[in-house]
Design a protein around this ligand. Structure first.
Ligand SMILES: NC(=O)c1ccc[n+]([C@@H]2O[C@H](COP(=O)([O-])OP(=O)(O)OC[C@H]3O[C@@H](n4cnc5c(N)ncnc54)[C@H](O)[C@@H]3O)[C@@H](O)[C@H]2O)c1
Length: 402
């Protein structure tokens, strides 16, 4: 398609970033904006107009107004960056009305919802994509390039995580504080598996030659939010009475059909610097994130790490080398821009998107599967095969150019 007419649902923190990115990408047009907060929608509309595009139509009549938008607006793509519970309803409304769907992470919070998006994408023959920005970060893409060029040998093991102290964010009186803490009342598992798992799935050809097969998961006690309440909230703040079940540290082990192993962790309640771990072990070498480092047998000094910087001149991914992409991005930088650029580029060129609805379902299914495993004392849970056997036929994808 020549241009991509977009309706955006949920323009808070992350939605605003996407809108700004999309306005820098040739062919992307913001035709409609939907939010339950009129001020958020208006801010986004002002940004669209400032960028020289016509004023978008606002859909601000409450939490299901995206349905009206999907039904009546002429759009090619509906993009949602709403709180987690709204991702699937928005995407189903989009596909049901003949539009492609893209969502912030995770795509879905239950197994039933994972199947719903798969079935809708197949029935309506629409793209339904998990926008996993970390898969587009510089180190993650160089890792994929090292894997594709065989430098790491056969990939055997991966480690990924979302380790991000969100205590203050969860108690904020705006943004994620309005909805994210609520999940900790009722759910105990890995509520945010995608940043760690997305890049590993690419390196392991998940759904293209291999697939996630089983998971075991355990959670530590829940302490961080309770301690924060006592130390930071006024004595009469009703939030001091809230109780949480989400264990501060959740750890999972995933095995793939080919026998590969993955360690996946989640912790948003403890004092610690940010990390996604980002480790890939192959038969010929290892890369590891935070700090970014590499060891390749025969290249690196024996038993020693080398800084990843040393490997960028030779193994930088073409998307990060691309002058064309660097010129387009007027300063929000890196991975978030790249993921939006690739989505629009694939739709405009009629090329396969970098991931599919099957990836969205497989990666997001770890939310409910980890919860089930934790609840059963760490028993293994079988991961559904959302491809219904097609993962055996589908070929791994190559390295795309910029
Ligand atoms: N990929 C990343 O790095 C990254 C970073 C931050 C957030 N996120 C994801 O983005 C999503 C949004 O997070 P955020 O930090 O922007 O939260 P936010 O609270 O800042 O924004 C959510 C927006 O959705 C609006 N909204 C809520 N319910 C709605 C509905 N029914 N219809 C229309 N609009 C609705 C809110 O008014 C708000 O403007 C979440 O899925 C989160 O996990 C991803």
């Amino acid at each position: 398609m020549d241009r991509v007419r977009i309706g955006f649902v949920g323009v808070g923190g992350q939605g605003t970033t996407h809108v700004e990115n999309l306005l820098d990408i040739p062919g992307a047009e913001l035709h409609a904006i939907c939010d339950i907060v009129e001020g958020h929608a208006q801010n986004a509309a002002d940004t669209v107009v400032k960028a020289g595009q016509p004023e978008p139509t606002l859909y601000i009549r409450g939490p299901r107004d995206f349905e009206r938008m999907c039904a009546e607006a002429d759009l090619d793509l509906v993009f949602t960056a709403t709180p987690w519970e709204w991702h699937v309803p928005v995407m189903l409304a989009a596909m049901h009305n003949g539009k492609h769907a893209a969502t912030e992470v995770p795509a879905a919070m239950t197994l039933d919802d994972c199947w719903r998006i798969v079935e809708a994408a197949e029935k309506y023959r629409k793209h339904c994509l998990l926008m996993e920005n970390c898969s587009y970060d510089r180190f993650e893409l160089m890792t994929l390039n090292l894997v594709r060029q065989g430098v790491l040998g056969e990939v055997l093991h991966g480690e990924g995580a979302y380790l991000h102290d969100l205590r203050e964010v969860k108690f904020a009186t705006d943004g994620e504080g309005l909805w994210r803490r609520a999940w900790a009342h009722t759910h105990n598992g890995n509520l945010y598996p995608t940043h760690g798992l997305g890049p590993i799935a690419n390196c392991m050809d998940i759904n293209r030659g291999d697939r996630f097969q089983s998971i075991v998961s355990m959670s530590s006690p829940s302490r961080g939010l309770q301690l924060w309440q006592q130390e930071h909230l006024e004595a009469d703040d009703p939030r001091r009475r809230e109780r949480y079940v989400l264990g501060d540290q959740n750890v999972s082990l995933i095995q793939t059909a080919k026998g590969r192993t993955i360690y996946l962790a989640h912790n948003t309640h403890s004092p610690r610097p940010y990390s996604r771990l980002q480790l890939i072990q192959g038969t010929r070498g290892i890369v590891s994130g935070w700090p970014y480092r590499v060891h390749i047998e025969g290249r690196s000094p024996a038993h020693e790490w080398e800084p990843a910087e040393k490997y960028y001149p030779e193994f930088e991914h073409p998307l990060w080398r691309s002058q064309r992409i660097q010129e387009m991005d007027r300063g929000h930088g890196g991975m978030d821009f790249l993921e939006d650029f690739r989505l629009i580029e694939c739709l405009r060129q009629g090329e396969p998107t970098d991931t599919t609805v099957y990836d969205a379902a497989a990666i997001s299914s770890m939310v409910e599967l980890s919860i089930r495993s934790v609840a059963s004392g760490g028993k293994p849970q079988e991961v559904p095969d959302f491809t219904r056997g097609k993962w055996r036929q589908w070929e791994p994808w190559g390295i795309v150019e910029g």
